[in-house]
Design a protein around this ligand. Structure first.
Ligand SMILES: [Fe+2]
Length: 287
């Protein structure tokens, strides 16, 4: 089964969001929506998500699922704004989110009002879980390595791989966050490489390296032949050495502190203070 996939690229963070739908029933899922956040002014807007919404409305889609591939550290999720518009939809993420919440709760000083059991989400997926997108089956594949809560969604012939594989010329996701592990990511990707070569792969980010136009779609076959970090013949030891050497050179993502404290709450912004203003907290010397 071949779902319709509408890709939307956010140039500010390099994130790909997707509206995936079953052409037979028009049932749809929205994957990884981005809340626009201006780092200089801390102003939030919904222009990126409005484009997704316009697509949904123009095609009369029936949005039943809002899916996060993981708690992102580079952009804020706009899932809550979409939930207000699609109150019948279910917000899903991997069950490993509880582990990520527990890891970061002390960093952000979360109090008892911030649950660390994943209960902010409507559905916590384990590997092997299945659900229907109209007449198309969705398989959830645990995808640890980058974070504990990473999952991939295999929807018909399309794999939404989250932060695991990037486009072949951009390699793979970093493995230096809490609960991350290069050997684990290698095994996650090996499971992807066992899928049919013509499986469409939709990545979570692209920054247009070396001046090429941004791209988000490739195939398992192309990844196995061309991925600059991990080809079909790359050994685990080779990959781990390459990944760890590269991770040692990477700065923290620009919005990690702002993103995580929102995304770990399912995209719910912190409650307003007594003066009516919402505040994010910036922990010193913890990341
Ligand atoms: Fe990520």
């Amino acid at each position: 089964m071949r779902p319709d996939v509408a890709p939307f690229h956010d140039p500010a963070t390099g994130t790909w969001s997707y509206v995936v739908s079953d052409p037979a029933t028009r049932v749809a899922a929205i994957i990884d929506p981005v809340l626009d956040f201006d780092a200089k002014s801390a102003r939030t807007t919904h222009a990126s998500t409005q484009k997704l919404l316009d697509h949904v409305q123009a095609n009369a889609l029936d949005v039943r699922w809002l899916l996060e591939t993981h708690a992102h550290a580079d952009h804020l999720s706009d899932a809550q704004w979409l939930l207000e518009r699609f109150p019948g939809a279910t917000l899903g993420i991997g069950s490993g989110i509880a582990q990520t919440q527990k890891s970061f709760a002390p960093v952000f000083g979360f109090g008892a009002d911030v649950a660390v059991d994943g209960s902010q989400f409507g559905r916590l997926f384990d590997s092997g879980d299945r659900f229907a997108l109209g007449e198309i089956e969705v398989d959830v594949i645990a995808a640890p390595g980058h974070t504990a809560d990473c999952v991939a969604y295999r929807i018909g012939d399309a794999l939404f791989c989250g932060d695991t594989l990037f486009m072949p010329d951009a390699g793979t996701a970093r493995t230096d966050f809490p609960n991350a592990d290069a050997a684990t990511l290698y095994r996650t990707i090996q499971a992807f490489y066992a899928l049919p070569d013509d499986t469409r792969v939709f990545v979570c980010h692209d920054y247009g390296p070396n001046g090429r136009a941004v791209a988000g779609e490739t195939t398992i076959g192309a990844q196995k032949r061309e991925n600059v970090h991990l080809r079909a013949e790359t050994s685990e030891a080779e990959y781990v050495a390459l990944r760890q050497a590269r991770d040692a050179t990477l700065p923290m993502p620009a919005l990690i502190l702002q993103s995580l404290q929102v995304n770990l709450r399912g995209g719910v912004l912190p409650s307003p203070s007594d003066n009516g203003v919402r505040y994010l907290r910036i922990p010193l010397d913890r990341i």
